[in-house]
Structure formats: C-alpha cells, structure tokens
Design a protein around this ligand. Structure first.
Ligand code: ADP
Ligand code: MG
Length: 223
C-alpha cells in the first residue's frame, strides 16, 4: 500500500480566528516504511495524522492509498476502510477499564463481526511480550504493558498501516524506549507501515525517514 499526500491543507476558523494548522503538506509513504514526524506542540502533528488516516477531511489537497482518493469515499466506506486497513495507537492507551487485556485486543475484530485469528494473535502478543498478561484488567498493568496491549489491539485486525500519535507521551523514558523497540520490531517482522508522531528526538531517530513540522509546514530531514 502506497500512501501519497499532495498539498494537504487544513484551515480552522475564519477572520481573526483563522488558523492554518497544515500548509500544503506533501509526502509519499511506501509499504513497510517507518516514518517519524517531529514538531513542537501546536505545530500541526495531530492534524496531519488525522488527515493521513482519513479521520478528518482537508480544506484542500489530495490523499491517495494505492492511487485511490480516500476522501472520495462516503463516511461509511471510509470508516470500514479505516477499520480494516489502519491501526491507531494513542498517547493515552484508551483501553476499556472493565475488559481484560485480551478482550480489549479482540474488541475491534468482534465489532467488525469477525472472529479473531488465534495463530496471528499468539504471534503478535508473543512479539509484544504480553502473553502472560492477557487475563489482567488494564489497572493491573504498568503503563508500558498497557501501551503494548494497545499496540496489539491496533494490529489485531491485521491492518497494513499503523498511525501512532505520541505513543510514549504518557510513559517514563525507559518504558517509552522499550515500547518503541517492541513496536519497531513488530513493524519489521510483520512488514507493516508505521507513522509515528513524537516530540522526542530519540524516538524520531528510530525511523527510516524523518520529517519535521513547524507552524504547519512539513519537511523531510535529509538522511
Ligand atoms: P499538535 O498535534 O502538533 O500539537 P495540532 O495539529 O493539534 O498540533 O494543532 C495545530 C494547530 O491547529 C494549533 O494551533 C491548534 O490550536 C489548531 N487546531 C487544532 N484543532 C483545531 C480545531 N478543531 N479547531 C480550531 N483550531 C484547531
Ligand atoms: Mg497533537
């Protein structure tokens, strides 16, 4: 799956309240790429991620997945596309507190009226080192373990692409690094495309290609 964004812009508000959150961003992401986007708070990182993943629509510009303009999809089509092809990892884990780790992981599959593939889930939870934790509730897990469960949930439906918005933002630096190493390992082993947003330079540097965003302007850092 090749993702290509051309001149993507997002403008919020009008008149005195007009904010150009993203200014004609262009980028091309290949299958299996690991890309990082670094930028200060308010620079447009989340806006870009939401546009790239079809969670939001741009003011102007285009976005294609394998040549298909995904903003031409109807809302229902777009959400089905996201559910099957894209996984999301958030800063605050967003696990449901009354469900066990395993139940959290398979929830998106059940909501899609499908059955989990046990062999795949075993491989995934093995790679993430959470097999012994699957019967636990989120509050019985450390922050790093909760985020590993959230990573397994993002990958449960076997998407091609993972978008992570500050995945280590709620973790101390040691467990943050561990989580990122595990995520990178899963990305490699399973040939997933990974796009990570961060304001941590060490994490940005783990990627194959690095981008910087400042005041809504995206640029690639020369390798
Ligand atoms: P980041 O994720 O890098 O912190 P965001 O993408 O969330 O930045 O925001 C970029 C800019 O757009 C900021 O100035 C922010 O205040 C503004 N912004 C984001 N979302 C909205 C919105 N829904 N309405 C108005 N302004 C917004
Ligand atoms: Mg943000």
């Amino acid at each position: 799956m090749v993702i290509e964004a051309k001149e993507l812009s997002k403008i919020y508000g009008s008149g005195e309240n007009r904010v150009v959150a993203l200014d004609k961003a262009g980028l091309k992401i290949g299958q299996g790429d690991f890309i990082s986007i670094i930028g200060p708070s308010g620079s447009g990182k989340s806006t870009l991620l939401h546009l790239l993943s079809g969670l939001d629509r741009p003011t102007s510009g285009s976005l294609t997945y394998d040549g298909k303009d995904i903003y031409s999809f109807h809302d229902k089509e777009l959400s089905a596309f996201r559910r099957r092809r894209i996984g999301f990892i958030f800063q605050q884990f967003n696990l449901l507190p009354v469900l066990t780790a395993r139940e959290n992981i398979i929830m998106p599959i059940l909501l899609d009226k499908k059955q989990p593939e046990e062999t795949y889930l075993d491989q995934l939870t093995g790679l993430l080192g959470i097999q012994e934790r699957l019967a636990h509730l989120p509050h019985e897990l450390s922050g790093g373990q909760q985020q590993r469960v959230a990573i397994a949930r993002a990958l449960a439906a076997q998407p091609d692409i993972i978008f992570a918005d500050e995945p280590t933002g709620n973790l101390d630096s040691k467990s943050g690094s561990e989580v990122m190493e595990l995520l990178k390992n899963v990305q490699r082993k399973m040939d997933k495309t990974l796009v990570v947003i961060t304001h941590d330079n060490r994490i940005a540097k783990m990627a194959d290609r690095q981008f910087v965003i400042v005041d809504g302007i995206l640029s690639e850092v020369a390798a």
